[in-house]
Write a protein that binds this ligand. Structure first.
Ligand code: P71
Length: 462
């Protein structure tokens, strides 16, 4: 079947309401054209993120009732630890309340000012946590990742030549670890191949540099390996995951994605000294090591979610639903990033709105228009999220890609709702000339996309 149907039925429903265009226009102005500032109950289909927005299963909810809220040694921690070890295979399992805390603990422990972390592409919180230590976050993805038309199966791969150059230029002593983000969120949710991971391992081994994964969407990445990489079609996804993590020394994980939970994350690694230092810091800023900023029930839900996410019927539906949206848009002539990613479809805003210059934030303008016209919320991944001022000249530097990401929450929306999204975007594309650019009027010093404010540059349309 091209698009497998849902391998679940709905037991509980959450009503969503439709708002009027007028109401959304008012809310948008009030929010300074920043969709992070819009109340969620005014959104009809919310594709802002696939993070923390999953629907939990009856099995996970049942697990919540078995939460052991003991301060130390909760039984749910031991279950969680066992599940994480059985999939990821690393010795130490350190729970955190979400992914960025895992990043913060890791980078505060291993980075010093002037150091560098190479990654295929850092996600924004990862980059911010590296830079917060005075270190450099270096992206070394293959160049194809920056071409939205280039349809290659593993567009998240590391560019091994560039990585080796970087290691030689910067020096092994200033690179405490190399990271690979699976799937590569900022580059379109694209997978990394097992071959590339194996080769990255061989390369960093030559220099004695540890390899870590940003494992947020590991199950989706492993499913793509099964679908696309020679030799893996018959392998269970769990075995693919075990092989993949076997090439690394540790990982950070936001379980809000492929952990199928609303909150949670962890850090898992083999290095005893790092684990000890991280645990000491964890106790200072997050919580005791057997709960790490979560309730016992959250740990139980996460343990169960990590098992469920590897179910292959679930994964083929999940990847199929995202592909369904992408293919409808593609057939409707809407410019999207190819190939279609694992958790999201990315609109190519430069091509959608060729009349809006980069300086007027075309992807932000597109995301706002989609909310105002159809009540659909996506997220800008472009100059608002990644643009910066050059430290010396103050000049604005624009990222190569201007995208609106439509991230699909797991097990939440039906295919009718996804069809509504596709039809709305196709209709918006047909009236794209009416969309105006934006002017940024406020920005915070870091992670500015959450709080930036804009004015609409209203032009007279002819
Ligand atoms: C996503 C998010 C969550 C998010 C973050 C910022 C703006 C909007 C939404 C979070 C990731 C991620 C990767 C690859 C680490 C984190 C942090 N992604 N690595 O894509 O995608 O995890 O949110 O649990 O702290 O919407 P955290």
């Amino acid at each position: 079947m091209k698009f497998p149907s849902e391998p679940f039925k709905i037991k509980v429903v959450e009503p969503i309401r439709r708002t009027t265009r007028e109401e959304r226009d008012r809310l948008l102005r009030h929010a300074g054209y920043n969709l992070f500032q819009v109340p969620a109950d005014s959104v009809y289909v919310d594709l802002l993120t696939d993070s923390g927005t999953s629907a939990m299963s009856d099995n996970q909810w049942a697990g919540m009732m078995l939460g052991d809220e003991s301060y130390a040694g909760s039984k749910n921690y031991f279950h969680f630890e066992e599940v994480v070890r059985s999939i990821f295979g690393y010795q130490h399992v350190i729970p955190t309340h979400q992914g960025r805390m895992a990043e913060n603990l890791l980078f505060s422990t291993v980075l010093k000012p002037g150091m560098c972390v190479p990654n295929n592409i850092h996600f924004d919180t990862t980059r911010a946590n590296v830079e917060h230590q005075g270190a450099e976050a270096l992206d070394v993805v293959i160049k194809e990742a920056y071409d939205p038309h280039c349809d290659v199966p593993f567009k998240g791969n590391m560019d091994l030549l560039r990585l080796e150059h970087a290691i030689n230029r910067i020096g092994r002593d200033r690179i405490p670890l190399v990271m690979i983000t699976i799937t590569n969120n900022s580059g379109g949710g694209q997978p990394v191949s097992m071959a590339n991971i194996r080769e990255t391992r061989a390369l960093v081994n030559r220099y004695g540099i540890p390899l870590f994964f940003d494992a947020c969407r590991f199950a989706e990445n492993c499913f793509f390996i099964k679908e696309r990489e020679a030799g893996y079609a018959e392998k269970p996804v769990i075995d693919i995951a075990r092989e993949l993590f076997g090439y690394g020394d540790g990982c950070t994980m936001s379980a809000k994605k492929d952990g199928l939970v609303n909150i949670g994350g962890f850090l898992s690694l083999n290095n005893d000294q790092w684990a000890q230092d991280i645990t000491n810091l964890l106790i200072l800023v997050e919580g005791f090591p057997t709960y790490g900023g979560l309730a016992g029930r959250d740990l139980e839900a996460m343990a169960r979610g990590l098992r469920e996410v590897l179910d292959e019927d679930y994964l083929s539906f999940r990847i199929g639903q995202v592909r369904y949206l992408g293919e409808l848009l593609d057939q409707g002539g809407v410019p999207i990033v190819k190939p279609i990613g694992g958790h999201a479809v990315y609109l190519n805003a430069k091509e959608f709105l060729p009349h809006i210059p980069a300086s007027q934030f075309p992807a932000q303008a597109l995301a706002c228009a989609l909310f105002r016209e159809y009540g659909i919320r996506g997220v800008e991944i472009g100059a608002v999220m990644f643009g910066k001022h050059d430290a010396v000249t103050g000049q604005v530097m624009y990222p190569e890609l201007e995208m609106v990401r439509l991230a699909i929450p797991r097990r939440v929306y039906t295919n009718m709702q996804i069809t509504y999204v596709a039809e709305s975007i196709i209709a918006l594309y047909q009236q794209r000339g009416m969309i105006n650019g934006l002017k940024m009027v406020y920005e915070a010093p870091t992670l500015r996309h959450f709080t930036a404010r804009f004015d609409e540059l209203v032009l007279l349309h002819t």
